[in-house]
Design a protein around this ligand. Structure first.
Ligand code: ZN
Length: 489
């Protein structure tokens, strides 16, 4: 008997159709062959499927099973096909039909229960797009998938349950999505950032125009708090953005996605020993890297001076184009990677309070920072600068944060309107043409800019000044905006 069951796979951030075709018949000796999977994958699938079938305490000996999982040349995670393969065998043995226009995905454990799989949101989006009526998924994946409307999603606990359902003996309750309400919350440590006028202002400007920032000197915890303060300035993701971000975390297997659609912009922290694959993405089954996991949010590069130059160079493309390309064999996968980069940099190599570095090493160090880090950012904040600290009560902090958030929102709304006809969203993405079109400088502003900026910094200062003007709701850029932008350079 030939049995065909539809399943799915993820390639990049797209769901793809996978067909599990099986030939099952009684035979004097049992055998199991899989075409379309290789090596360990094939062996493990066989072990999981037979282990789960055994848990049903029925006789499955003397079956000859040939499974073909196609397309053969597409990289796929074999465990997703445990469920369709087991159902194929069971439908032959127990004589029930596999319903048409249905997709089945799930990993089996030896007691017959279904384990979590990655990418269920993508599979469900694919199923709806292609006109499938229902999708069967492990129960733990159903909530994430239920963000997709107009398709029936069946959360399945175990093999026994799904067989009873397909034999029409038992019902399975379809998954329903319940919108979460996001409450404004913040890490209390960011109070330290809000207290310092200059640093607080840098947070507002960076968030307002999505400008990359270099954080110089100071202790690590303060720099992390800067990133936290930045992340709390961002507006929540809208529905379209939210789907896109959740797809990334779904395919990566992050718990963010299990909790339903991601609403808050991600803040991801990268350490200097990160590998190219973890940063940019890739692998046999291509996976997004940190540049993509922080899409629409913040990527914090801790001790950026220690990250190899070759890796820092790889950040140039996503910074410029908003996406990365990774290769899986000969296939090319494109992941979105539009984020705000925060480079946390130590003041010198010894990182001691009373620096013991030689003059030469300091010079070389500063040059390295300039060439590979500072050049990638529009702004910098020096944490070693002495600044007056104001004392604030909790309510005052909340009030300040609220006001900052409002100004950031206004500035970002202005940018959305401004760039409606362009392929960019924020001031930080402006290139020469857009600057000419959208950054009108008043006469005095022009003069100050000419006098006080170097050729290298010219465009960056205008971009930041554009954001400062937006925060004030001003159409043209004034001298004070330019001066403040230079101060944050
Ligand atoms: Zn030193």
């Amino acid at each position: 008997m030939i049995i065909k069951i539809t399943s799915a796979s993820a390639f990049g951030l797209e769901g793809k159709k996978v067909e599990v075709q099986m030939s099952v018949k009684e035979s004097s000796f049992s055998s199991f062959r899989v075409v379309g999977l290789f090596g360990e994958e094939k062996k493990e699938l066989e072990e999981r499927v037979w282990g789960a079938l055994k848990s049903l305490k029925k006789d499955f000996s003397s079956l000859r099973v040939i499974v073909k999982i196609s397309p053969v040349n597409m990289p796929k995670e074999a465990s997703i096909y445990d469920l369709p393969v087991a159902l194929g065998i069971l439908s032959f043995k127990e004589k029930f039909n596999i319903p048409p226009k249905s997709i089945f995905c799930g990993k089996l454990s030896s007691d017959g229960s279904l384990e979590h799989i990655k990418g269920s949101l993508l599979f469900t989006l694919f199923a709806r797009k292609k006109g499938f009526k229902r999708i069967f998924l492990p129960a733990s994946c159903a909530y994430e998938a239920s963000a997709v409307k107009d398709i029936n999603i069946y959360p399945t606990e175990n093999l026994k349950e799904i067989v009873s359902f397909l034999k029409k003996e038992k019902k399975i309750k379809r998954a329903k999505y319940k919108e979460k309400s996001e409450i404004f919350s913040y890490n209390p440590d960011i109070k330290e950032i809000i207290k310092k006028e200059n640093i607080k202002r840098a947070v507002e400007i960076a968030a307002g125009g999505n400008h990359n920032v270099v954080l110089l000197s100071g202790i690590r915890a303060k720099k992390i708090n800067f990133a936290r303060a930045l992340s709390c300035m961002f507006p929540l993701l809208d529905h379209r953005e939210s789907l896109e971000v959740t797809k990334i975390h779904s395919v990566f297997g992050n718990t963010y996605a299990e909790e339903g659609l991601v609403k808050k912009r991600p803040l991801r922290l990268v350490k200097p020993d990160i590998t190219l694959e973890r940063l940019i993405g890739g692998g046999v089954f291509p996976k997004p890297g940190e540049v993509t996991l922080s899409h629409k949010g913040i990527l914090f590069l801790d001790r950026a001076e220690r990250i190899p130059k070759s890796l820092l160079r790889r950040l140039r493309k996503p910074s410029k184009d908003g996406y990365v390309i990774v290769f899986s064999g000969k296939k090319r996968v494109v992941y979105p990677a539009k984020n705000l980069l925060v480079f946390a940099v130590s003041s010198c190599l010894c990182r001691k309070e009373n620096c013991t570095c030689s003059k030469e090493s300091l010079k070389a160090y500063n040059k390295k920072i300039k060439d590979f880090v500072t050049d990638k950012a529009d702004m910098s904040v020096d944490f070693s600068k002495k600044e007056e600290i104001s004392s604030l009560r909790k309510e005052e902090v909340e009030e300040i944060l609220k006001e900052m958030k409002e100004r950031v929102k206004r500035a970002r709304d202005m940018q959305s309107k401004r760039f409606k006809e362009e392929n960019i969203f924020t001031n930080s993405e402006m290139k020469k043409e857009e600057i000419k079109k959208y950054a009108f400088l008043e006469k005095k502003a022009k003069e100050t800019l000419k006098k006080e900026s170097s050729r290298n910094d010219y465009l960056k200062i205008i971009k930041v000044a554009r954001t400062i003007a937006d925060l004030e709701g001003k159409i043209s850029i004034r001298e004070s905006h330019i001066k403040e932008a230079i101060n944050h350079k």
